[in-house]
Design a binder for this molecule. Structure first.
Ligand code: GAR
Length: 211
């Protein structure tokens, strides 16, 4: 199966889910506008009203929305609001860029093989929160970042691209995070570009990048 986010006659429109500062969102906006990525950021949705990522969207003239998770409401009800926003903006690829919530099977089935996530470690090592801290505490000599499809697990979906970075003896969580983040900003637009160009083939867990 070939998994392009966008069949060739359609433009690739990304819906980006964020929770925080949005530097990865910025890398997508910049790559799109500089012609390095064959997709455009159509809409940004945050689960936090004060996320600086929303200011980045506003500055770029991209619609931004806040969808609050209401206590007692199901995850599906929360995600249906996100799904409606994505539908209205013609989204055909969803990117989790620092979105600190686990996506439910409802949204995953709605965008089958069209939701990707960037994670600051070489998966399957160090999934979940504080991946850079986990890597430092474990004592690995290499860490990095991973772009992967989102499935029902926590950072468990098929891996699309990875970049390794060294872990130095002198590293703190901050210095390692910064080194990894620089690579995230290259890796995420690259993965989106490949998907937009239908160059990603998924077979079970295996992902092949087509020439
Ligand atoms: C990034 O390092 C991203 O990999 C990480 O959050 C940061 C968001 O930064 N995501 C996760 O840890 C998801 N498990 P940003 O808001 O500046 O893009």
């Amino acid at each position: 199966m070939k998994t392009g986010c966008c069949l060739s006659e359609h433009q690739c429109k990304i819906g980006v889910l964020v929770s925080g500062r949005g530097t990865n969102l910025q890398s997508l906006i910049d790559a799109s506008r500089e012609g390095r990525m064959a997709a455009e950021v159509s809409v940004v949705v945050s689960n936090r009203a004060n996320a600086p990522a929303l200011d980045r969207a506003k500055k770029a003239g991209i619609p931004g929305f806040v969808v609050n998770a209401v206590k007692g409401e199901t995850k599906e009800a929360f995600e249906k609001q996100i799904g409606e926003i994505f539908n209205r903006h013609g989204v055909n690829l969803v990117v989790l860029a620092g979105f600190m919530r686990i996506v439910s099977p409802w949204l995953i089935s709605r965008f089958k093989n069209r939701i990707i996530n960037i994670h600051p470690a070489l998966l399957p090592s160090f999934p979940g929160l504080s991946a850079q801290k986990q890597a430092l505490e474990y004592g690995v000599r290499l860490s990095g970042c991973t772009v992967h499809f989102v499935d029902e697990g926590c950072d468990t979906g098929p891996i699309i691209l990875q970049t390794a970075v060294p872990v130095l003896d002198t590293d703190t969580v901050e210095s390692l995070s910064e080194r990894i983040l620089k690579e995230e900003h290259k890796l995420l637009p690259k993965a989106v570009d490949l998907l937009a160009k239908n160059k990603v083939k998924v077979t079970g867990r295996r992902v092949e990048i087509l020439p």
